[in-house]
Design a binder for this molecule. Structure first.
Ligand code: SF4
Length: 336
């Protein structure tokens, strides 16, 4: 690979992004966690506010899960932020607030996998550790003409080894960022801009007119559709919410909802728990698409007649916008 050309291209052409304009490992860590499964444009406003609110790892370590969930409400995949909080506490207590510098210490932190460790160590500390994400997989599978299924771990490992050997011949902090930037701006999934690419001369896919064939990714299972009855339960000057305990959206608040397509069925089963509701609105339909499932929600407003046994929490109307809530429910418009 013509690494010198790639690095020169990066130095001249990269976008000015606030989280790339730093060698601070804490900032790089925060941005890499936010960028998991999330687009750069969506991350930028969150990142800037986050760093203002928590300028150091120690500041972050003092917050709570609920406050942190609220800070990142809308980004999804909230487990990554709970892990971030756990890691911040470890860095503060075990490493005296200084971000660790060895691969082993970094990868031992909760929520940090091989990619994130490679990104932090190469960008912040200029150490040669491969950071192979989806963008880099696309660039390398095209460049090398690797037609193996990149959903399979052992096939990704082959590219990771290639990436490792390239980074060992480079300036690690520039190489890692150059590959990420190339994947994001030039070697795009559709219509890559090969004529602007510093790797074009030796790129297998470009030279064989087959860029669209890479990377090879086997088809994912169709999304599962789940039907819910979702209840906005009013009582005096507030409503009831439930704090989720399920893996998906753990710790986020939601309107009580039940897997069913029938409000009558839900009301009957709530009565068995001693709960009585008076439905006071027509049905409204909402849909929320996650990566692997779709929630189809029939939403009803109700007034509480009898509380019975439940896991709901009363939230005063002034507090509703301050609790962390999944976007699937935040987007339901309620009138109090
Ligand atoms: S030449 Fe085209 S396909 Fe090959 S790495 Fe560059 S942008 Fe990607």
């Amino acid at each position: 690979m013509d690494i010198k050309k790639l690095e020169a291209w990066y130095l001249k052409n990269h976008r000015k992004l606030s989280f790339r304009d730093t060698l601070n490992p804490y900032y790089i860590w925060v941005s890499e966690i936010m960028l998991q499964q999330t687009q750069v444009e969506a991350v930028l406003p969150y990142f800037n506010k986050f760093i203002q609110k928590y300028p150091t790892v120690e500041d972050l370590s003092k917050t709570t899960e609920d406050i942190l969930h609220k800070d990142v409400e809308g980004l999804g995949y909230y487990r990554r932020f709970r892990n971030m909080l756990k890691a911040a506490i470890i860095i503060t207590e075990k490493h005296h607030g200084k971000f660790p510098e060895t691969y082993q210490e970094v990868i031992d932190l909760p929520g940090i996998g091989k990619y994130t460790a490679g990104a932090i160590l190469s960008i912040a500390y200029n150490k040669p550790y491969s950071a192979l994400d989806g963008n880099v997989i696309r660039v390398l599978s095209r460049y090398l003409g690797n037609d193996q299924d990149m959903r399979i771990e052992k096939n990704k490992r082959v590219l990771d080894q290639a990436n490792q050997s390239y980074i060992e011949q480079s300036t690690p902090r520039i190489y890692t960022q150059a590959m990420m930037e190339l994947g994001a701006t030039v070697c795009r999934p559709k219509n890559p801009k090969c004529e602007q690419c510093p790797l074009a001369e030796h790129c297998f896919a470009y030279n064989n007119n087959s860029t669209e064939q890479y990377p090879v990714l086997s088809k994912l299972k169709d999304k599962t559709e789940i039907e819910y009855v979702t209840l906005i339960i009013h009582d005096f000057d507030g409503i009831y919410l439930r704090k989720r305990t399920e893996d998906l959206l753990f710790g986020m608040y939601e309107y009580p909802q039940y897997e069913s397509s029938s409000i009558q069925q839900v009301l009957t089963s709530l009565e068995d728990q001693g709960i009585m509701l008076d439905i006071i609105s027509d049905e409204e339909s909402y849909k929320h698409v996650f990566t692997h499932m779709i929630w189809m929600m029939k939403v009803y407003h109700a007034r509480l007649i009898k509380k019975g046994v439940n896991d709901w929490q009363f939230i005063h109307e002034s507090e509703i916008n301050h609790v962390p809530m999944a976007i699937a429910h935040r987007k339901i418009i309620i009138k109090l």
